[in-house]
Design a binder for this molecule. Structure first.
Ligand SMILES: Nc1ncnc2c1ncn2[C@@H]1O[C@H](COP(=O)(O)OP(=O)(O)OP(=O)(O)O)[C@@H](O)[C@H]1O
Ligand SMILES: [Mg+2]
Length: 434
């Protein structure tokens, strides 16, 4: 039985291989053929004109083809056919190639290996990007994205200042600079939001232990963030609506005081003030504190106050050194307060339930088709990228944050008062120094 399967596989592979050898279409040939077959042509007298290859350049990430397009066609015509181009470039005559078959270990479970090859082929596909600058640029990105990217300590080593590791794109490993401002994080259940938040918190405490402050709000039981509660950078881990309201009211009060101080001293923003501290407010599952979702008069009122504080942080906090990371599983218009959404320049979204949810978060569809946990769309004013974010386990997190774990004093006094009293605190020192 095993022998039969392996023989037929080898034969199938050989047939596929010889076909490809015979047909031998390069990507450039395929692009030309797809454009012809999709009607990306114009008729001039008796001539049928289509794109003309002007330049081809190999890069680490793949190949860029530059074309002249015939008069009468627009870039938009090509954009509309992007799926035809992508599918055509990934078109295979068989589920296997010789190189896949060579990897099979016939001493182990062959069926399982074949299934894995088929599953992985879907993820190893090429992607394409189009742009236009008077010429049509088609970038064929041939580096596969990993299906899983385990966290490695070296990822932290490559972060500068307030950067956090974001993950692997088709172009290479990228970081996100937290100085960019607030972030919206979205994704359906079990797609990687909390893992990413934990990676972010771990990185910040490790990279900037003296200048990071964290207010963590997790109303889903608070288990995910509880491991950080004794880290010296953590002001609060709020696990219910009441403690969330106390924490956010405190942040808002601090922020208002800071703003008053800035106004008095004629500082425009935190950089100009020369203050190194940054305060991150992380909300895991915003729906749990959304007044449009919560029922009950009293609870609704508390949620409304939470939302008011969050909107204020989103609106004026960035310049004052406050960074909101606002996360939601249900990014409907009800949960995504407009003011918060408008002030979050960066959007990171894992797979969403449907295209409607994707449009709420990203203003475009696409997040509904992300294939695996950890695969996200990263959108900033600079553009959109697909990224596989690193998976970090709790054991690794605990090892990294260990040097920051302290026995905490009674938290009765408010943190702002405490800092003013604490001459040694970096933040208060900075304020006094100014
Ligand atoms: N970056 C990743 N790479 C690979 N797998 C991941 C990644 N992130 C998460 N996962 C897998 O998905 C599971 C759920 O992740 P996580 O708890 O972050 O989901 P979530 O989006 O926060 O879900 P929920 O909305 O239900 O809280 C993890 O236990 C892990 O198995
Ligand atoms: Mg979660």
């Amino acid at each position: 039985m095993l022998f039969e399967i392996s023989t037929s596989l080898v034969m199938g592979g050989l047939v596929g291989y010889s076909y490809l050898k015979k047909s031998g279409l390069s990507d450039a040939d395929k692009i030309q053929r797809i454009c012809l077959n999709c009607g990306l042509t114009v008729k001039e007298e008796d001539d049928l004109k289509t794109i003309q290859l002007f330049r081809k350049q190999r890069h680490e990430w793949g190949t860029e083809y530059v074309y002249r397009i015939p008069l009468g066609l627009s870039f938009n015509d090509f954009e509309k056919k992007i799926n035809h181009l992508r599918d055509g470039l990934n078109n295979k005559r068989s589920a296997f190639e010789i190189k896949d078959l060579k990897q099979i270990n016939f001493h182990e479970n062959v069926i399982r290996q074949i299934k894995a090859i088929i599953r992985n082929r879907k993820h190893l596909q090429k992607d394409i990007e189009l742009s236009y600058d008077g010429m049509l640029h088609i970038r064929v990105l041939s580096n596969p994205l990993p299906v899983n990217l385990p966290f490695q300590n070296e990822m932290l080593g490559k972060c500068i200042d307030w950067e956090v590791p974001l993950g692997q794109t088709r172009y290479g490993f990228i970081h996100h600079d937290m100085e960019r401002g607030h972030i919206t994080l979205a994704g359906a259940t079990r797609k990687g939001k909390t893992v990413f938040l934990k990676l972010l918190i771990t990185t910040l405490t490790h990279q900037n232990p003296e200048n990071t402050k964290l207010t963590l709000i997790d109303l889903k039981g608070g288990l995910a963030f509880s491991r950080f509660k004794d880290a010296k950078q953590v002001e609060t881990v709020a696990t219910d609506l009441d403690s969330a309201l106390v924490a956010l009211t405190q942040v808002k009060k601090e922020m208002d005081e800071m703003k008053g101080w800035f106004d008095k001293n004629g500082c425009e923003d935190i950089k100009e003030a020369g203050i190194d501290t940054r305060h991150f407010i992380v909300v895991d599952e915003a729906a749990q504190i959304s007044p449009n979702i919560i029922t009950g008069k009293e609870e609704k009122e508390k949620a409304r106050k939470c939302e008011e504080a969050l909107s204020e942080i989103a609106r004026i906090g960035a310049g004052l050194g406050y960074r909101l990371i606002y996360c939601s599983q249900y990014p409907t218009a009800d949960v995504m307060n407009k003011q918060i959404k408008q002030n979050c320049d960066t959007v990171i979204t894992y797979k969403l339930r449907d295209a409607i949810a994707s449009r709420v978060v990203l203003d475009e569809s696409g997040a509904e088709s992300l294939p695996v946990p950890g695969r996200a769309i990263y959108k900033t004013p600079d553009g959109v990228q697909i990224v596989q974010t690193p998976f970090i386990d709790n054991e690794t997190i605990e090892k990294i944050i260990k040097p920051n774990i302290i026995i905490k004093a009674n938290k009765e006094e408010t943190s702002f008062e405490k800092r003013e009293g604490e001459k040694g605190g970096s933040h208060s020192f900075k304020l006094e120094e100014m």
